[in-house]
Every structure is written in C-alpha cells, then in structure tokens.
Design a protein around this ligand. Structure first.
Ligand code: 5RP
Length: 221
C-alpha cells in the first residue's frame, strides 16, 4: 500500500452505513472510490455524489450508484485530495481541474476529509500554481487582473488545446510562489469579474489524513 492508498483507505473507514458521500477527484480520491466500492460489495449502503464527470465514470464502473447533487438533501462526508495542505488545514486544490464542483460538494458536506501523501504538507501555500476557473469570454483581461495580485498567470492546456472544465470554463494557473494570507487572497480573486472560483479552500477541511509509503497515516483535525 503506497502513501495515497494508505490515506484513502483510512478515510473510507469514516463512512458509515446509510451516509451520503461526496466522491473527490484525482489519483488519491481514485483509491477512496476503490476502497468504498469494496465495502459496497460487502453490503455497505451509501448514496454518493461526484465532484467531476471523471469521478462519476470511475465510481459507476466499479458498481457505485452516483446521484445528482441536487437530488440529495445534504452530504454527510466528502473525501477528496489536495495539491497543498498547510498547518491550518487550508488547501490548494484544482490540479485536476475540478475545483469548482469540488468546492461546491465540500461546502455542502458536514465533514470534509482531505486525503494526500505526506509530501503535500507545506509550511506556506503557493508553490503549487493556484488554479482559478474563469469564464472563457475575456479571459486575457481576467488574467491581467489576476497578475495584478502578484502572480504569473498561465492558461491551462491539454493535448495542445485549452483545457475545458466540466462546467465549460477555462483554468488559469496562477504562479504566486507563496500565499501567506490565503483567506484574503481568495476574496480578492473571487472579486475579479470573470472568475468563477479559485482553488484555495480556506478553513473548509474538518480532517486531514496524510499517508506514507510504509502504509502508516497521520491525522489532523
Ligand atoms: C482535482 C484536485 C485533486 O484533488 C488534487 O489535484 C490532488 O490530486 P492527486 O490526488 O492526484 O494528487 O483538486 O481538481
């Protein structure tokens, strides 16, 4: 069991029979879906909602029923990965481009468990470029305003084309280097016209499970 698997396996233990579960996106969340599928095969009953089309597909392929988010009244537990995690459990997310739906699901969840390899833990956020989801219309102007906040913005590409999110938007990766005040920055970014959402998740996580390659985990909450 590697670091990602260890974190995912531990987090899935918090899922109880009858819960509504948010399924995260990315290579660590992938393992949480696999471990949840094993438990479902053993008889665990859960309702799930997905944070991306990719996750929905993976979950369905391994036999998990996925519902529309607005068909569930509330979400008991959301398990998702992160690109960076600081000591205050603030996160940078969106490496996989799913930050908008990930934030909506996390915000609607009673418990939001973040799973990651121990290497994602940082003293200060910002080394990982901050993903910002923007409306395609006028994106270069939006990027200029992001740059004015002190970053170098770059439009995300995939296979030579502009990366398109599940909601039909672009991602601008913002290279800040260091984000000492994530709470302030997330407000400043979301005040820019054209910005849909940013990948800073401030004071949203209720528990962090870090995994290590020897199969052990460490938890913060
Ligand atoms: C996707 C995300 C992912 O959770 C984040 O990028 C971490 O991915 P991984 O577990 O593959 O390292 O935010 O938008």
């Amino acid at each position: 069991m590697d670091a990602k698997q260890a974190a995912a396996h531990k987090a899935v233990e918090y899922i109880k029979d009858g819960m509504v579960v948010g399924l995260g996106t990315g290579s660590t969340a992938y393992w949480a879906i696999q471990y949840l599928a094993e438990r479902v095969k053993q008889g665990l009953r859960v309702t799930t909602v997905a944070t991306s089309a990719e996750t929905e597909k993976i979950a369905r392929e391994c036999g998990i029923v996925v519902e529309e988010i607005d068909s569930v009244g509330s979400i008991d537990i959301d398990i998702d990965g992160a690109d960076e995690i600081d000591a205050g459990m603030n996160l940078v997310k969106g490496g996989g481009g799913a930050l908008l739906r990930e934030k909506i699901v996390a915000a609607a969840s009673r418990e939001f468990i973040v799973i990651a390899g121990g290497n994602k833990r940082v003293d200060t956020l910002g080394k990982f470029p901050l993903p910002v989801e923007v409306i395609p219309f006028g994106w270069k102007h939006t990027a200029k305003q992001l740059a004015a906040l002190g970053c170098t913005p770059s439009l995300r590409k995939k296979d030579g084309q502009n990366f398109i999110t599940d909601s039909g938007n672009y991602i601008i990766d913002c290279h800040f280097g260091s984000i000492p005040e994530p709470a302030t920055l997330q407000q400043q970014i979301n005040n820019i016209a054209g910005v849909v959402e940013n990948g800073l998740f401030v004071k949203m996580a209720t528990r962090v499970v870090l995994g290590y390659d020897d199969g052990t985990t460490k938890e913060f909450f």
